[in-house]
Design a protein. Structure first.
Length: 68
């Protein structure tokens, strides 16, 4: 499991996907999220503005990332 380090208490899901280079653009991040391909702690998340916190696990297309 890869780790993604954030410098703030939380980050929006779409921003996290761009920050971690999972999505190249905001449009790509939006598509991934709205198509149901993104899970936070094992639950499908379709809101781009969902806050992600340290210790959350984000899974995209079967690949998991831990936010630290």
């Amino acid at each position: 499991m890869e780790k993604i380090e954030i410098r703030t208490e939380s980050i929006n899901l779409d921003q996290l996907l761009k920050w971690a280079n999972i999505a190249a653009t905001g449009g790509e991040a939006k598509h991934l999220i709205q198509s149901g391909e993104v899970l936070i702690n094992g639950i499908v998340e379709t809101r781009r503005g969902k806050k992600v916190y340290r210790n959350d696990v984000v899974t995209v297309s079967g690949q998991s990332f831990k936010v630290v």
